[in-house]
Design a protein around this ligand. Structure first.
Ligand code: ZN
Length: 144
C-alpha cells in the first residue's frame, strides 16, 4: 500500500534518474564499480555472515569493527555499509520511505549511510537496488 506522497517521491527520483542521462542503471556483468573496484554486496551474505547486533529494528551482519568495518544493515532489505557511498538515490526513490540517513564518521567511503529503518515496509519494487551505482543494496524476496 503506497502512502500519501509516495508517487511524488517516486517522480522526484525518476527526475533524478533522467538527469543522469535517462538511463536505468542495469548492473554490468562482470560487476563494475565506481569506487576503487569494490565488489557489490554479496547476495549470499546470510549464509556467510553472522548477525552481530541489532540497529534501528534490523539485524547487522558482521564483521563490524567501526569505523572501518560497518557490516550489512538489514536482512530482506540489506545495505552493505562498507560499499555505500551515500549517493542517496535509494532514499529519494523509495516509494515507502524505508530508508533514513545514519551518520558514520570516519568510514572510508562516506560519512553517512542509508539505513533501512523500515525494512518491513518494503514492497520489493527493487528501484533502490537497480539504481544504486555501487550495488550496495540487496532486496530479497524470500522469507526472513
Ligand atoms: Zn542500520
Amino acid at each position: 500500500m503506497l502512502e500519501k506522497g509516495s508517487v511524488e517521491r517516486l517522480e522526484d527520483g525518476l527526475k533524478r534518474i533522467r538527469s543522469r542521462g535517462g538511463k536505468i542503471n542495469i548492473p554490468a556483468f562482470p560487476p563494475t564499480n565506481a569506487s576503487e573496484g569494490a565488489l557489490p554486496i554479496d547476495p549470499d551474505f546470510q549464509k556467510k555472515r553472522k548477525v552481530s547486533s541489532r540497529h534501528n529494528g534490523h539485524d547487522v551482519w558482521g564483521p563490524v569493527e567501526p569505523p572501518e568495518k560497518l557490516g550489512i544493515h538489514g536482512t530482506n532489505v540489506a545495505v552493505d555499509w562498507d560499499i555505500c557511498e551515500a549517493d542517496g538515490i535509494c532514499i529519494e526513490v523509495c516509494p515507502v520511505s524505508m530508508y533514513e540517513w545514519a551518520e558514520t564518521p570516519g568510514h572510508r567511503t562516506s560519512e553517512r549511510k542509508s539505513d533501512p529503518i523500515r525494512e518491513g515496509d518494503c514492497i520489493q519494487c527493487l528501484v533502490c537496488e537497480s539504481q544504486c551505482l555501487v550495488q550496495a543494496i540487496k532486496i530479497s524476496t524470500g522469507p526472513s
